[in-house]
Design a protein around this ligand. Sequence first.
Ligand SMILES: Nc1nc2c(c(=O)[nH]1)N[C@H]1C(S)=C(S)[C@@H](COP(=O)(O)O)O[C@H]1N2
Ligand SMILES: [Mo]
Length: 315
Amino acid sequence: MRNHAKFEPPSSEITPEQRYLDRRAFIAVAGAIGAGAVTGLGFPGIAGAQQEPQAVGKPYGLQPDDKPTPWEDVTTYNNFYEFGTGKGDPVGAAKDFKTKPWTVRVDGLVNKPADYQLEDFLKPSAVEDRIYRHRCVEGWSMVIPWRGIPLADVIKRADPTAKAKFVEFTTLMDPRQMPGERTGVLPWPYTEGLRLDEAQHPLALLAVGVYGRVLPNQNGAPLRLVVPWKYGFKSIKSIVRIKFTDSQPKTAWNQAAANEYGFYSNVNPTVDHPRWSQATERRIGEFFKRKTLMFNGYADQVGSMYAGMDLRKNY
Ligand SMILES: Nc1nc2c(c(=O)[nH]1)N[C@H]1C(S)=C(S)[C@@H](COP(=O)(O)O)O[C@H]1N2
Ligand SMILES: [Mo]
């Protein structure tokens, strides 16, 4: 929590470069917000849920013309099929979703399996604000100020055995609360997976908040994954289980359509999805398309994990 950046609302007077390079403003806001904001917020049930959304966080991999997507878009244009297949469905359908109490099971090939209450799962000192790029395989993108804890910290605490090679994540299965789970649109519960080294990568985040506030239900409350170099569907929401395995986990989207959704799903402008080109993207709130970047702009940080792999085969 050393670096905070606050981004003013888009203004024709201020160029994006100025916004970035104005270190004075950057530091002033960092002081005003302070570490207290982080210890208090992002934890369900702790004051702060009603404060104004703040685009706080250290920028990771942002391009010079990237600025946070407005709160309104981040929290009303969502993919969360448990609450409907329309982008506008989850904000209403998840309104009364119960995220307290919430248990997270950590198990499989680890020396320290445990069932955690969410409050015990999160170490306040590990909570960070980070601004990441987000790219959905459908061709739209956002820039999102997350609040969360590095997944690597959680893995360290679980202490995987030498046999552990992958991590499997599972979303809550509760068809009474999640109407989508009463349909056949995906194999439920939603599952995702990462190779262990990917999961340990310092960019992989378990988010509990966005815009300095507790995660809204439609964004995957109370705990969701964020892996910014992969297509958005890898960033599984409302996680109840993190399991370490020796074989590659099945994932919901791969089971639904294996030719469209591979295990890796790294953002790659040179490998198209059968139905959507991945070469360009539309930033939500913008009119013109932008070029999609290899690994969504995080190639310098993550590229070495895929050295020697055929990314056309391992899509
Ligand atoms: N459990 C679950 N997680 C999910 C999804 C979903 O339908 N169910 N959709 C994914 C997709 S396709 C995207 S693009 C992101 C969207 O996250 P956001 O609504 O917070 O932007 O969540 C991902 N995580
Ligand atoms: Mo997506």
